[in-house]
Design a binder for this molecule. Sequence first.
Ligand code: COA
Length: 260
Amino acid sequence: MAYRNLEIANRGAVRTITVNRPDKLNALNRETLNELTLAFTQAAQDDVVRVVVLAGAGEKAFVAGADIAEMNGYTPVQAQGFSRTGQRLMSLVERLGKPVIARIQGFALGGGMELAMCCHLRVASEKAKFGQPEINLGLIPGFGGTQRLLRLAGRSAALELCLLGAPISAQRAYELGVVNRVVAPEALDDTVTAMADQLAAAAPLAAAGILDAVLQGGESSIDQGLEFETQAFALAFATEDMREGTTAFLEKRKAEFKGR
Ligand code: COA
């Protein structure tokens, strides 16, 4: 289907979803949130897709936040709906069951930082800027920023970014554990492509198990998390991919995973 605010591209098992409103620095209006929800739902359902790359169009921004012009006229009830729509999208991405890589080349502010944080891996250009500047608008993060930043980087960083509202560099985001890789702008695409290709060739059910165990574990006690890990580990032994992976090792050849 054709989207007004997104571009979708497929390369083998890698699907790239690009927010495409560069004249508004890819700000997330309601329509874009709805289109992203549809695009990620389709990516989850399409068996050919093993990894998703999420990007923003243009040089300047990954996503510069929720659409301030649209929010300016919201009633509290509309704001509640907007927040819930955004939060549902971010949870959908986080729980997709397939790895999602955020490709971040410029501003990742407000809803943009929140969107990056619900992805599983973040690769940033040295020129990227991160921040939760909502306080400067008399607002607070509404798409999960207070919660995911807390969990990714701890209370001190979450409070610093949300209270001071100042942007931080990609390097500082890396030091806080918010970003996985910081690379020169010209190396961004190659780094993302190499990471996506590696994940596309990996055993998809094992990837899903890892995503599940880590995400569940983040919300539970160590004992519950360990039990979840044991069950997911045992389940892997029911897959053809596990037989293929271990046999390929023993036969000194490259494994070919089928997602079964
Ligand atoms: N919502 C709606 N429109 C936005 C936007 C947002 N979050 N961020 C940028 N835009 C729009 C601008 O209004 C401008 O539109 P216009 O050309 O029709 O006036 C266009 O995108 C380009 O942005 P501009 O501000 O001119 O670029 P800049 O390089 O001078 O500044 C930023 C870049 C990111 C510093 C600045 O756009 C900004 O502060 N954006 C808002 C960030 C924010 O507070 N995000 C959290 C929202 S909850």
